[in-house]
Design a binder for this molecule. Structure first.
Ligand code: PMP
Length: 405
């Protein structure tokens, strides 16, 4: 069937049939990508692109990493799926690895970031109920992003994502990010949990201040409020540490992972401290595919590879950020360059959509989030030469733009 899928395809017909058969939840860029290898992807016409987006922090180990491919192949030939009513070897091995790396105690596996957050919210509420911590209310941050299911879209403070989906689940409250006083003012006897991304991704690459995150941890320690870190985008080596919270020497009570966890294969994980994890008893939560052998085997390979890429991510993150900062000195419309490790944003004084399109034409994948922030999330295998090339291309696009003004 593989040959049948790829037989007789061309760009025009794929784009046309996408328009006919697929719901229009995404405004797609005009390119059909069909191959990937390391830092590069290739479109249907054979044109190559240097990937500085990694599927929005999914391909952290690079495209089609041979060890991920081999693991998936072997697992697929061995056992693709079995039910969670039986023990599953790759699931146990992956959970053990993640527990050891995170210092948390137990894992629950699902299939996406939104699902990992759903599980985190359900777990926190159930734990809160059992222990008289609040009334189920969850405080989340402005500019945060937690997913598109009804509950996680409600946890996501931006009205744009919620439009037309009411009635929304109750019990969510939003406060400004990086503002400990505002958070303290909003805590009441209803508060059960606080949920945040240590580095906000979709909201435009906002890095939590050291004192702020430390303050939030202390606040939760003092009040027993559950602290949930959504590391779906900033986790898995993205910031130069396996988990972004390691940059702060802080551990949450619950942490969620997805995206790069599976090396490209869909998987989500919710990790928690034992006393909280215990609130999930048999039958309390579940999903058919969560912890599936194929997904867990792929994730086991991906996590193992990422362990050896952290140093490169740190070094290249610094090198890249400095190069982008040098561009800022050249172009006054660049307002700020910010980030942590290889999670980097460049805020412009205008919408960055056209820059993304011009970079695509030149053969570079980047994207724009929150309208004005160019977002760079290269695979963690990135080298200086890739960074130099990308920054030169960006420089060219900026200078052409200056000329056309
Ligand atoms: N949390 C964060 C921080 C995210 O960036 C995303 C995806 N952009 C999600 C949750 C949702 O993940 P998924 O799309 O896998 O449901």
């Amino acid at each position: 069937f593989f040959d049948e899928i790829y037989d007789n395809i061309d760009e025009k017909s794929i784009m046309e049939e996408d328009g006919i058969y697929i719901m229009k939840t995404y405004g797609r860029l005009p390119v059909v990508l069909i191959k990937g290898n390391g830092m590069y992807v290739e479109d249907i016409n054979g044109k190559k692109y240097l990937d500085f987006l990694a599927g929005i922090s999914v391909n952290n180990v690079g495209h089609c990493h041979p060890d991920v491919v081999e693991t998936i192949k072997k697992q697929a030939e061995t056992l693709i799926h079995t039910s969670n009513i039986y023990y599953i070897v790759p699931q146990v091995k992956l959970a053990k690895k993640l527990v050891e790396l995170s210092g948390l105690d137990r894992a629950f596996f699902s299939n996406s970031g939104a699902e990992a957050n759903e599980a985190a919210i359900k777990l926190a509420r159930r734990y809160g109920k059992n222990n008289n911590i609040g009334e189920g209310e969850i405080i989340t941050m402005e500019h945060g992003f937690h997913g598109r299911t009804l509950t996680t879209v409600t946890a996501t403070a931006k009205p744009k994502y919620q439009e037309g989906y009411g009635p929304l689940p109750k019990g969510f409250k939003y406060v400004p990010f990086n503002d400990l006083e505002a958070l303290k003012e909003n805590i009441t006897n209803k508060t059960t949990a606080i949920m945040l991304e240590p580095v906000q991704g979709e909201g435009g690459i906002h890095v939590a201040d050291k004192d702020y995150l430390k303050g939030v941890r202390e606040l939760c320690d003092d009040t027993n409020i559950v602290l949930i870190f959504d590391e779906v985008q900033c986790g898995m080596g993205r910031t130069g540490k396996m988990f972004a919270c390691e940059n702060y020497n802080i551990k949450p009570d619950i942490m969620t992972l997805a995206k790069a966890l599976g090396g490209g294969f869909p998987i989500g994980a919710t990790l928690a401290k034992e006393k909280i994890a215990d609130a999930f008893t048999p039958g309390a939560h579940g999903t058919t595919f969560g912890g599936n052998p194929l997904a867990c085997a792929s994730a086991y390979a991906s996590v193992s590879i990422i362990e050896n890429l952290l140093e490169n991510a740190q070094k290249m993150g610094e090198y890249f950020t400095n190069k982008l900062k040098a561009l800022k000195d050249k172009y006054p419309f660049i307002k700020e360059v910010r980030g942590l490790g290889l999670m980097v944003g460049m805020e412009l004084s205008f919408n960055g959509g056209d820059i993304v399109k011009k970079m695509l034409e030149k053969g570079y994948l980047i994207n724009c989030t929150s309208d004005t922030v160019l977002r760079f999330l290269p695979p963690l295998i990135v080298k200086k030469e890739h960074i130099d090339e990308l920054v030169n291309a960006l420089d060219e696009v900026f200078s052409e733009m200056n000329k056309n003004k």
